[in-house]
Each structure stands twice: as C-alpha cells, then as structure tokens.
Design a protein around this ligand. Structure first.
Ligand SMILES: [Zn+2]
Length: 230
C-alpha cells in the first residue's frame, strides 16, 4: 500500500514536471501575436476599460488598459467577459483610484497545453500627469534568455516570458493527464513484452528460453511460469 502511494506520488510529480516543461516550451515557441486579437472596450462609469486578448493553443497574452475620465467607443462584449479568472485584471490597481494615474496598462501572459497552467505579469505601467510614467517589468516570471522578443506589429515588441504562477485548474488537469499518459506508456510496454515472451515460450520475468524442457521454475531467475503451455 505504502509502495503504491509512493509510486502514485512519483507519477504525479513527473506529470507536474512534464506540465511545466510543456508550458515553458509553449512560452518559447508559440507566438500568439500571429493571430488577430479579440478586442473588448467599454465605458466603466466615468472611466474606460479596453482589453486586447491574443489566444492560441498553448498560450495567451492579454493587455488591459484603463483610462480615467474618457470614453473611447464600445464593443458588444465587455472586457469583464473577456478576461480570465486568473490574472487579477477584474479590478484596477490601487494607484488608479488614488487619482494620480490617468492610464493604467497591464499585460499578462499564460502558457500550457492542453490547458493554460502557468501565468505571470509581463508589464504594469501607470501613466500620470503629475508623476510621469511608472513601469514595472516582469513579475512572477522570467524573461527567456538569449531569445528575441515577439514582434507584435511593426516597431512594437513584447518579451518572451517563462511564467511561474500556477493556474490551479489547468495545472492539476495537465499534470494528471501527463501522469496518466506516462503510466499507460510504461504499463503498455511491460504488457507487450510479457505478451511476446508468452508467445515465444520465454520466461515472463527474465526472457530465458523455457521451450525445450519442462520447468517447474525458470532455471535462470527462479520465477514460476504462470502459463506453462508451449
Ligand atoms: Zn526467468
């Protein structure tokens, strides 16, 4: 029982490791900016909120921009319907309420396959008439070293980022899936090997040839053949 739990824990751990490796692979290789962004833009009281979302299998990047005192058009879908439950974009940051910020822009990124499983903040910028521009870079992630930035449009780029914060639903689903695939692959290999050995009249445990003589037990490893029919 204890050994089975240990094996299960190892498989779950390996599933999680594969999940992180896949998510980071997606972070390095999948350029979400090759697709047209989904745009949602609505007034929020006196202010305005606009969200651009790029989404491809394996990755997503979302840019949320809030403007104080001003309206800039309206889409049928509101930004709150477009933002994910992770990413903390539902409410503006405290600085936005304090009155010093005229524009708040936040960029978040998530990676993972089949579900998004890790995310981070790519950039957080406050534009203020009084204090100028305050910009915070990558938070909860690492910029991928030695690789060029993604090209969004001509003259505008975004960094490639390896995200570190878990999106629990996707993280657990992906990890379980990869653990199960690993389990099946290893189990299937053993099953096929035993099937071939049984067909050829070999010892199921070690592969020693048992077909030329009657054996109660394998002379090589001592295992007793379960099906002694040749
Ligand atoms: Zn044997």
């Amino acid at each position: 029982m204890r050994r089975r739990l240990f094996t299960l824990a190892i498989f779950l751990l390996l599933g999680a490791v594969i999940n992180v490796a896949v998510a980071w692979g997606c972070a390095i290789t999948i350029n979400v900016f090759t697709v047209i962004p989904y745009v949602a833009s609505n007034p929020v009281g006196d202010d305005h909120w606009s969200v651009n979302r790029w989404r491809r299998p394996g990755g997503a990047r979302i840019i949320s921009t809030r403007y104080r005192k001003g309206h800039y058009g309206r889409t049928n879908v509101s930004p709150s319907e477009v933002i994910p439950e992770w990413g903390r974009l539902a409410h503006p940051m405290n600085e936005f309420y304090l009155g010093s910020t005229t524009i708040e822009q936040r960029v978040i990124d998530a990676r993972g396959w089949p579900m998004l499983s890790l995310w981070c903040e790519v950039e957080r910028t406050h534009y203020s008439d009084d204090f100028g521009t305050v910009r915070v870079g990558i938070d909860g992630g690492i910029e991928a070293p030695l690789l060029p930035q993604w090209r969004v449009v001509a003259g505008q780029t975004q960094p490639r980022v390896l995200p570190l914060r878990p999106i629990w639903r996707g993280f657990l689903t992906n990890s379980l899936l990869y653990a199960a695939i690993l389990w099946i692959v290893l189990f299937a290999r053993r099953y096929v090997r035993q099937f071939i050995r049984r067909k050829r009249g070999l010892c199921l445990t070690c592969g020693y040839d048992l077909s030329h003589a009657d054996h109660d037990a394998c002379p090589e490893c001592g295992a007793r053949p379960k099906s002694a029919t040749a």
